[in-house]
Design a protein around this ligand. Sequence first.
Ligand code: ATP
Length: 236
Amino acid sequence: MLDVGNVSVSYGMHRALSEVSIAVGQKEIVVILGANGAGKSTLLKSIAGMCEGSVAGRIALDGEDITTLEPHDIVDRGVAFVPEGRGIFGDLTVAENLLLGAYSQRARERQDANLSWIYSLFPKLTERRNQVARTMSGGEQQMVAIGRAMMADPKILMLDEPSLGLSPLLCKELFQSLAHISDAGMGVLLVEQNAKQSLAIADRGYLIENGEITGSGDAASLLNDPAVQAAYLGAG
Ligand code: ATP
């Protein structure tokens, strides 16, 4: 469904990504693991059309080239992005934030069904639908951000470190929600520091170091890989 082929990104003289190729299929959860500065956010931003650097290579959704489209066109085609730091509208209510996500024609047609689905997935948001978003906890705000991206009715949902700053219990709930989202047919592309919990729900993963893909495999084999354990799972 999503195919990233030989994507390289430079910020001026600095090459942040080199010939990166990854794929995400329908119903698949794919996790990108890498140290700080490895290029993970750059990869998601390039797919979302939001990268400030120069992007080379080909990014395609269902075979259609989306590499040079504007961010809103990429959302319209079916790729939604939850950036690190969430970026929700603090002065608007939960419900208003969610509705803002449904701005394309396709998303508006499915607005009511998607809203009910999101409220069933995150019951907390139902309780708090009229609360101003900035007064919500960090975990609740993360749910709002994910819900808003889902209101765009995407085929692929991309998330940049969604578990950052969440309590262990909220992390668990978040990853369970992502598993439900992919069961419903969406592809999920996830950048995470929390390797253990993200690999537990993922189908496949890629390792990225200094802007290059240095390993990949199904989630179970990555979890059991001694090099992955040493680098990302606190073992070794
Ligand atoms: P982190 O986990 O710390 O967010 P990351 O793996 O997401 O790291 P990126 O944010 O993609 O890494 O950064 C990759 C490299 O590109 C870093 O060396 C970073 O300093 C550089 N970089 C990122 N954004 C820009 C920018 N807008 N201008 C210049 N350099 C940038």
